[in-house]
Ligand binder design. Structure first.
Ligand code: NAD
Length: 456
């Protein structure tokens, strides 16, 4: 039996709309339709598939503003961020539209004949999307999977289905055949779980919590189903005393409070060399207090609300009894009165066993700690079950390279916090994930490499 989900505007706490949630029977029917569409889709000539994906990207481009406004209301993302996210969907489609004609196999020298490899599409690929980046995470799986000739069935998070539903409509408008891309709103343990157990789904690309990711991986093992996991993080921003300390402090809030800290790449641990610690904290405080936490629809807003009352309460639970060094402000009047707000908050930590130092808060909370030397900085950064992202601030090129090689993390940036680009690989070490997304190799990860020997 199908049910409905009430979608809420996190800025005001008001109900937005109702969305029908798929049942197991609906999911089975959608998977079968996708499977039926696969034979024709894989046979579309590479240049034609490329053209369809480019057109899909163009149609998204014509709707960037609409999609952005929808995301502001559904997820509370700032308008600036939401525009970037909708543009990221377009860019992923355009980038991977270059893949169908470039999905080369190899010709390998052998005796007595010719040896060829082919990248064959898998079939139906299931993409399970979290609520924190509804548009980009959908695009990161969808675009390369479609380019490689797969049919995609995607489940948005319960809380944030609206932009995905619209992107599904835009795909049809762009001319993608029915069944090639299906957006299926539903509950994780119903629709997501069925992607794992249904034998016609040949790969699951999961982004979400480490807890659910482990269940998905265990479930996929039953059919030796291909799986990619993008999970949690507790990334370190390592600041050495030789850097421009005021600039590093001024930039640090954006690396953790972006998307109200609901970012798997959030640099939620700041490690500062002891000799620069006081100077860093003295510059961090005005930067945090000055962060513009406003209605996300306001062009000037730098941080919006959390996605839900549940998430707000979870984050506040972490702060219960914690010694807060300083915090920013939140709006409390007019359109924002009933919203799920938490101020950007800084805690200083001395004990690496502290819960706020170890656990992913997934909210606007950052923990700051001092370190004495390079070796200790790397050891502290690596003392985590996670390894997704991180930043290193230093003027010493040798140290930058040593630390970048030493930190066990999939995406690092030196003297910058920028590490996620659609044309470079993205993914985690340790319990932050399995496999990589994005970059030039992503389409191949949605294929099987087949080897064929032809005797002379
Ligand atoms: P979640 O794991 O609860 O949900 C993620 C998705 O999985 C949702 O669509 C949900 O419906 C679905 N799901 C839930 N139970 C399921 C089940 N039993 N089987 C299949 N699917 C199921 O996580 P969330 O609360 O939506 O997102 C927050 C978490 O995601 C954070 O921990 C964050 O770090 C992580 N995250 C990681 C990345 C990354 O790229 N590494 C990106 C975004 C979010």
């Amino acid at each position: 039996m199908s049910t409905t989900w009430t979608v809420v505007d996190p800025t005001s706490g008001q109900d937005l709309t109702e969305v029908a949630m798929a049942s197991v029977a609906d999911t089975d029917a959608a998977i079968e339709r996708a499977h039926d569409a696969f034979a024709a889709w894989r046979a579309v000539a590479p240049g034609e598939r490329a053209r369809l994906l480019r057109r899909f990207g163009d149609v998204v481009d014509a709707h960037v503003e609409e999609l952005a406004e929808l995301e502001v209301r559904n997820a509370g993302h700032t308008l600036g961020n939401a525009r970037w996210e909708a543009g990221n969907v377009r860019d992923c489609l355009h980038y991977y539209a270059g893949a169908p004609e470039r999905l080369h196999g190899r010709q390998i020298p052998v005796a007595g004949g010719v040896d060829l490899t082919f990248h064959e599409p898998l079939g139906v690929v299931g993409i399970i999307v979290p609520w924190n980046f509804p548009m980009p995470v959908l695009a990161w799986g969808m675009a390369p999977a479609l380019a490689a000739g797969n049919c995609v069935i995607a489940k948005p998070a319960e809380l944030t289905p609206l932009t995905a539903i619209r992107i599904g409509e835009l795909a049809l408008e762009a001319g993608l055949p029915e069944g090639v891309l299906t957006i299926l709103p539903g509950e994780g343990p119903v629709v997501g779980e069925r992607f794992v157990t249904h034998p016609l789904v040949r790969k699951v690309s999961f982004t979400g919590s480490t807890r659910v990711g482990k269940q998905v991986m265990a479930g996929c093992a039953d059919q030796v189903k291909r799986v990619t996991l993008e999970l949690g993080g507790k990334s370190a921003n390592i600041v050495f005393a030789d850097t421009d300390v005021p600039a590093a402090a001024a930039g640090a809030p954006y690396a953790v409070f972006d998307n109200a800290g609901q970012d798997c790449c959030a640099r939620s641990r700041i490690l500062v060399e002891r000799s620069a610690y006081d100077e860093f904290v003295s510059h961090l405080e005005p930067a945090v207090r000055g962060l513009r936490v406003l209605d996300p629809a306001d062009e000037a807003s730098e941080m919006g609300p959390l996605v839900s009352a549940v998430q707000r309460d979870r984050v506040l639970g972490y702060l219960d009894g914690a010694e807060v060094a300083f915090a920013g402000s939140v709006p409390t009047t007019g359109t924002t009165a009933g919203g799920f707000w938490v101020p950007p908050t800084v805690v200083t930590v001395e004990d690496p066993a502290a819960r706020l130092w170890r656990e992913e808060v997934f909210g606007p909370v950052v923990a700051v700690m001092a370190f004495d030397d390079e070796e200790e900085a790397v050891a502290l950064a690596n003392d985590s079950e996670y390894g997704l992202s991180g930043s290193i601030f230093t003027r010493d090129v040798g140290r930058a390279l040593r630390v970048a090689r030493g930190v066990e993390s999939g995406n690092l940036s030196v003297n910058s916090h920028a590490a996620v680009r659609y044309w470079t690989p993205f993914g985690g070490y340790k319990q932050s994930g399995l496999g990589r997304e994005l970059g030039p190799d992503a389409p191949a990860s949605f294929t099987e490499e087949k080897n064929v020997f032809i005797a002379h």
